[in-house]
Ligand binder design. Sequence first.
Ligand code: FE
Length: 180
Amino acid sequence: MKKATFLAGLLTVLVASVLVVLESGKDSAIVNAASRIKVFSAEKGTYVMSDEVVKTKEEWKKILTPEQFHVLREKGTERAFTGKYATSHEHGIYRCAGCGLDLFRSEDKFESGTGWPSFTAPIAKENVKTEVDRSWFTTRTEVLCRRCGGHLGHVFNDGPKPTGLRYCMNSAALQFVATK
Ligand code: FE
């Protein structure tokens, strides 16, 4: 009788262990799978389905410059008036420097005088995401790339018409492509 109880107990432990292993395997599969997202494509002029871009810190370091890595992956901020797009006025699209997703149009760029490239709106609301940022003893709204999660800058509500918003971006997070 004692032996049977012991065996039953052992069996229960074994079954529980197998379940735990299966369950954790399922979790890691979910974490690793990049979800399909709907984003706007400037080239196609419409919405397209795309995969989220998921990379490790080491993988990002290999493809980004130290400055791009600091801004995009460590939520850094470039010094005002040092970025290459602070005062640019060429016609085109500003893409994510991390994953290439279309983020802003030159038509929505305005001279904010802040020393950072500023826009009244993203190319499509689906292409960016926002999060509450409580760093530096203040509350701001952080703007991130929807596809790779890269930090782009912040959005403030002191912008010009038509939106009244000021998307204050880091040049290092962007890659400009001229269009006609
Ligand atoms: Fe991106």
